[in-house]
Design a protein around this ligand. Structure first.
Ligand SMILES: Nc1ncnc2c1ncn2[C@@H]1O[C@H](COP(=O)(O)OP(=O)(O)O)[C@@H](O)[C@H]1O
Ligand SMILES: Nc1ccn([C@@H]2O[C@H](COP(=O)(O)OP(=O)(O)O)[C@@H](O)[C@H]2O)c(=O)n1
Length: 236
C-alpha cells in the first residue's frame, strides 16, 4: 500500500507534458512517438490511424470518397475509439478492431481524400483534443497538423523529416519487399495531397524543432526527442 501511495504521489508531482510530433510518411513519427511515450510514462495517440479508420469505414460502407459532400454527410456515423497505452495502442470502429484493415493499400490510397474533407477533420480533431485533455501524465500525439492546429499550445513540437529515398526504403521494408520506386512515388503523391489541401495541411509549426532523420538511427531519434521532452519538463 505504501509503495502504491508513494508512486501515486510521485506521479502527481511530475507535470503533465503535451508533445506534438508531425511530419510526412516514413519519417519515424509512430516508432519514435511510441517509444518516447513508453520511456516517459506518457499516453500515445496515432492520429493517422484515426483518419485511416474513418477511411476504412467509408470504403466498407460503399461511400464514394472522391465526393466530399458524400463523405461529409456521414462523418458522424462511425464510432472511432483509440486506446492510448503506448505498449498496446488500439483502434476500433463501432467496436471492431481495425488495426489490420486500416493499413491496406486501398485505405492508404484513399486516406488523403477523406482527410481533406473539413467535416472529417473537425470531428477527428475533437476526438484528439478530448484524448489529450484526459491524459493525466501527458501525451505524445503524432500526425500532420498537431503542432499547427490540434494542439497549438503543446509544450514541445517536433517536425520530423527525411529524404524521400530513405522514407521509401523504410516503408517498402515494412511492406515485405514492395518495390521501392512505386512506394516512393506513392509517398510523394500523398505528401503533395496532404501538404496542399485547404483544411489544416501538413506543415511545420513556426515553433517546432525540426529533426532530419535521414542519417539517424531510430534509437538516435528517440534519444533526441526524450532529451527535448526532459528539458521542457524541467522548465515547467
Ligand atoms: N531513423 C530511422 N532509421 C531507420 N528506420 C527507421 C527510422 N525511423 C523509423 N524507421 C522505420 O521506418 C518505418 C516507418 O516508421 P514509422 O515510425 O512508421 O514512420 P511514420 O509514422 O512517420 O510513417 C518503420 O519500419 C520504422 O521502424
Ligand atoms: N494529423 C493527421 C494525421 C494523418 N492525416 C492523414 O492520414 C493519412 C495517414 O496517416 P499515417 O500517419 O497513418 O500515414 P503513414 O505515416 O503511416 O504513412 C495521411 O496521409 C493524411 O492524409 C492527417 O490528415 N492528419
Amino acid at each position: 500500500m505504501e509503495n502504491a501511495a508513494t508512486a501515486a504521489t510521485a506521479a502527481r508531482t511530475v507535470p503533465a507534458v503535451i508533445v506534438a510530433i508531425d511530419g510526412p510518411s516514413g519519417t519515424g513519427k509512430s516508432s519514435t512517438s511510441r517509444a518516447v511515450a513508453e520511456q516517459m510514462g506518457l499516453s500515445y495517440l496515432d492520429t493517422g490511424a484515426q483518419y485511416r479508420a474513418m477511411t476504412w469505414w467509408m470504403v466498407h460502407n460503399g461511400v464514394d470518397v472522391s465526393d466530399p459532400a458524400a463523405v461529409a454527410a456521414v462523418v458522424d456515423k462511425p464510432e472511432i475509439v483509440s486506446g492510448t497505452d503506448p505498449s498496446a495502442p488500439t483502434i476500433t470502429v463501432d467496436g471492431v478492431d481495425v488495426s489490420g484493415p486500416i493499413r491496406t493499400p486501398e485505405v492508404t490510397a484513399k486516406v488523403s481524400a477523406v482527410s481533406a474533407v473539413p467535416e472529417v477533420r473537425a470531428r477527428i480533431t475533437g476526438l484528439q483534443r478530448a484524448l489529450a485533455a484526459a491524459a493525466a501524465q501527458g501525451i505524445v500525439v503524432e500526425g500532420r497538423d498537431i503542432g499547427t492546429t490540434v494542439l497549438p499550445d503543446a509544450d514541445l513540437k517536433v517536425f520530423l523529416t527525411a529524404s524521400p529515398e530513405a522514407r521509401a526504403a523504410r516503408r517498402s521494408g515494412e511492406l515485405k519487399g514492395a518495390d521501392v520506386h512505386t512506394t516512393r512515388e506513392a509517398l510523394i503523391k500523398r505528401d503533395a495531397a496532404d501538404s496542399t489541401r485547404k483544411a489544416s495541411p501538413l506543415a511545420k509549426a513556426g515553433d517546432a524543432v525540426e529533426v532530419d532523420t535521414t542519417e539517424l538511427t531510430l534509437l538516435q531519434v528517440i534519444e533526441c526527442v526524450v532529451t527535448l521532452v526532459e528539458e521542457k519538463r524541467a522548465a515547467k
